[in-house]
Write a protein that binds this ligand. Structure first.
Ligand SMILES: Cc1ncc(COP(=O)(O)O)c(C=O)c1O
Length: 392
């Protein structure tokens, strides 16, 4: 056996080349509230439920109780109507795959939808939809977005709908550009054709409810059938928790899977995983209780103000940079001006050598390369430092 201390030292050493998970200088992949106590309670809950198994909620009713609490709160924030249903999943991609699966297997689908199911997507949807298309076998029909606002084009999406379409999708906001698609107009299109509309709010769904002035995007719009929202992003919880909400339980039913025709236990899964640790769920439950709605409101507003302020300063300071589009939430895409004399890839490398992760995004369908900045609360006090790094 190896001594515990030596193992912990080795683990620390393994992390030496990882980006920092805390401190506000890593602007994608991790989300830091800057509140050490919130992290601590999350870690303790994660550890104490690490060995529990969500495979069978009758054996672990604690997990079902926590799942129901989180789903209830999410329904409140996303303005879900009475009778809504929700499921906790392992992350945004799993929520999206289940939303696509549920649309594909809707018992009301016509023969054409069953034979060759397709979904109409703005080109800016998260790559999780490409993955869902591949895994679940639903043909993706990509529709260009407005080249100036980077928002979905409802008329073009309407024109792309045909008898095989089972799902429309919009983002709130999109990952790459940080803008909210015109969900009300997309809901009209979905309503006219009697098809589902999923809103991918994986990254914005725990921020936008706390901000003033965002356009409507959640269940208050009648035609929205399902929404994904990740707690392991702006819920500031440890990784491994997203929530998929459906307007009603019958829309959700087709992503359940049951199998009893084998010699073991009856398997009844609401998600893709079977055995799953209750750790991330317990951690999310703990952090959400700790922060509460007031805590989240403050964190969201701090991150939003920092995002707007950074966008303004980038535009004003003559650094050779400009926001690609005004941010609707807490995500910012930044590109170089024509006379910059350098490119975003060099800038990303230089920032990295100064301890900042600013992820480059490749040119896409006529748009320029850009840097992706997801601002969390812990980045807010570092905006000036970031501007100095960019200037350097
Ligand atoms: C809008 C959006 N959708 C989906 C995802 C995928 O989430 P995950 O990485 O948790 O699977 C992300 C991740 O950043 C996202 O921003």
């Amino acid at each position: 056996m190896t001594r515990a201390d030596d193992i912990l030292t080795a683990l620390e050493a393994l992390r030496a080349n990882d980006v920092a998970t805390h401190g506000g200088r890593t602007l994608s992949y991790v989300y830091d509230s800057g509140l050490a106590d919130a992290d601590e309670i999350g870690r303790r809950a994660l550890a104490s439920f690490a060995g529990t198994n969500g495979l069978d909620p009758t054996a672990f009713p604690s997990l079902l109780a926590m799942e129901n609490d989180l789903v209830r709160l999410a329904g409140h924030l996303l303005r879900a109507p009475d009778g809504f249903a929700g499921t906790v999943t392992s992350g945004g991609t799993e929520s999206i795959m289940l939303a696509v699966l549920a649309a594909r297997d809707d018992p009301k689908n016509s023969a054409a939808q069953r034979d060759s199911p397709s979904m109409v997507l703005p080109t800016t949807v998260h790559a999780a939809f490409h993955k869902a298309a591949h895994y679940v076998g639903v043909r993706p029909v990509f529709v260009n977005v407005d080249p100036v606002t980077f928002r979905a084009d409802p008329a073009a999406m309407a024109a792309a709908v045909d008898g095989t379409t089972v799902l429309l999708v919009g983002s709130a906001p999109s990952y790459a550009h940080g803008v909210i698609d015109p969900i009300t107009a997309l809901a009209d299109v979905a309503g006219e054709h009697g098809i589902r509309l999923h809103v991918d709010a994986c990254i914005g769904g725990w921020v936008l409810p706390f901000l003033d002035g965002a356009p409507p995007w959640s269940f208050e719009i009648e035609g929205v059938s399902s929404i994904s929202v990740d707690l392991h992003k702006y819920g500031y919880t440890p990784k491994g928790v997203s929530i998929l909400l459906h307007r009603n339980a019958s829309l959700r039913k087709s992503h359940f899977f049951a199998a009893a025709d084998w010699p073991g236990y009856t398997m009844l899964n609401t998600t893709m995983q079977s055995t799953k640790s209750g750790g991330p769920l317990a951690a999310a439950w703990a952090v959400v209780r700790y922060l509460g709605l007031d805590g989240y409101r403050e964190l969201a507003q701090v991150a939003r103000e920092a995002t707007v302020g950074l966008a303004e300063q980038i535009a004003e300071r003559g650094l050779g940079l400009r926001p690609l589009v005004a941010p609707d939430s807490t995500l910012l895409a930044v590109t170089t001006t024509q006379d910059a004399g350098y490119d975003v890839f060099t800038l990303a490398d230089e920032a990295s050598s100064r301890g900042w992760l600013l992820s480059p995004q490749l040119p896409f369908r006529g748009g320029p390369p850009s840097l992706h900045l997801s601002l969390c609360a812990a980045t807010a006090p570092r905006v000036e430092e970031l501007l100095e790094v960019l200037a350097e």
